[in-house]
Design a binder for this molecule. Structure first.
Ligand code: NAD
Ligand code: DAU
Length: 354
């Protein structure tokens, strides 16, 4: 089996569902179930013996050591993290605790387990760390896209904590020999995305008649990748990636935020028109910017294509349509995640921007 951490979050849950749809190899899913972890996302796996869920923290060394000893995974895929930039601005501590300390403790447990494997099993073990393009910093409008050898220049507490975790993963290979792989991916979107992030927030706010808060002038650029394509890239890196290498993963799809929000509005206008016949775009509201807001991210994903033969299968047009359709078809999932804690976050982040 493989050990997946953070498998009740957005990308982790998509990864677990896709993995078990295509393989009978079981998954041990370790998740702390923070506000971002959601068992409803895994409801389709209820009663499926191939999915073993454990509620716990990657920073709990006693727990992870026991899990390695009992389940003897052949690989770890580490998704577990605090992932929202705005939350890292309001409260960075949890980011350091999970992304830095938690990753370090998981590496320690994985290393102790790996060291005791027999000589046949040792070389095929993998620790795949899922990271982000944000560690590379911000690009100017005409700078080349990030390649794997771009210098790390993180600008937010979130990206700084992910950069630290990437460096720890690298150190566990060079110092201790643990067979690691790292992926650095651009912005994901798709089903099961928690509505604190741009695309699901815009869909949910639009449908509930709220304003659509666009930071600054809406001209910041992100490189968007459909989440299922990210999952297939991770499977490919796990299968064929070279130990110690990092692989950039992206959609070749750079778009300004305002374009994204207008696209969501047009799709909603088509698929679920407003009762008054007006466009959802009327709800767009420009609000004060995110402090330290990175201008542009762009991934050069040619290495993973050249060396491992991976390319995204969705275009932005097909992926965003599927995404909007998924939110329209799953109102129960959406309403359940809008708990008191979620409403409190909206107040914290958006009231000062009113
Ligand atoms: P998410 O916030 O939706 O999910 C994170 C999951 O990790 C949640 O289920 C949460 O409960 C769990 N978790 C948090 N702390 C934990 C801990 N200490 N121990 C165990 N579980 C814990 O995040 P996501 O968007 O699915 O991102 C997953 C990973 O991919 C993160 O490492 C993130 O940095 C990276 N990433 C995300 C994106 C993106 O666009 N969302 C892009 C590139 C990389
Ligand atoms: O690039 C990969 C990263 O993408 C991941 O590592 C992060 O985990 C993930 O959250 C995402 O980070 P971003 O900060 O780019 O995503 P977010 O959805 O928060 O914001 C996308 C853009 O939209 C960003 O330029 C800020 C802007 N934005 C966001 C929100 C929540 C708004 O204009 N309004 C909003 O209300």
């Amino acid at each position: 089996m493989i050990l997946v951490t953070g498998g009740a979050g957005f990308i982790g849950a998509n990864f677990v569902l896709d993995w078990l749809a295509g393989s009978d190899e079981p998954i041990l899913n370790l998740d702390k179930l923070t506000y971002a972890g959601n068992m409803d996302s895994l409801a389709a796996l209820k009663g499926d013996a191939r999915h073993v869920f454990v509620h716990g923290d990657i920073g709990d060394s006693e727990l992870t050591s026991a899990l390695f000893a009992e389940h003897r995974p052949r690989a770890v895929v580490n998704f577990a993290a605090e992932s929202h930039v705005d939350r890292s601005i309001h409260g960075p501590e949890d980011f350091i605790q999970t992304n830095v300390m938690g990753t370090m403790r998981l590496l320690q447990s994985a290393h102790a387990y790996w060291q005791a494997l027999d000589e046949e099993a040792k070389p095929s073990f993998r620790f795949l760390h899922v990271s982000t393009d944000e560690v590379y910093g911000s690009l100017g409008p005409s700078d080349p896209a990030f390649t794997e050898d771009k210098k790390y220049e993180p600008n937010s507490p979130y990206s700084a904590s992910k950069a630290a975790s990437d460096h720890l993963v690298r150190a566990w290979l060079h110092t201790f020999g643990l067979p690691v792989l790292t992926t650095n991916c651009s912005n994901n979107y798709g089903p099961l995305h928690f509505p604190e992030k741009l695309i699901p927030l815009m869909i949910v706010n639009a449908l509930t008649g709220k304003r659509l808060p666009v930071y600054g002038d809406g001209q910041r650029v992100r490189d968007w990748l459909y989440v299922k394509d990210h999952c297939s890239a991770i499977r490919r890196v796990l299968e064929a990636g070279v130990v110690g290498e990092t692989y950039n993963v992206g959609g070749w799809n750079e778009k300004p935020n305002l374009f994204i929000v207008n696209t969501v509005c047009s799709l909603l206008d088509e698929l679920q028109p407003r009762p008054d016949g007006k466009s959802y775009a009327e709800q767009i509201s420009f609000v004060p910017d995110r402090p330290g807001h990175d201008r542009r991210y762009a991934i050069d994903a040619s290495k993973i294509e050249r060396e491992l033969g991976w390319r995204p299968t969705e275009t932005f047009e097909t992926g965003i349509r599927k995404t909007v359709q998924w939110y329209l078809a799953n109102p129960d999932w959406v309403s359940k995640v809008q708990s008191g804690a979620y409403r409190q976050w909206l107040e914290t982040n958006y009231q000062a921007r009113a």
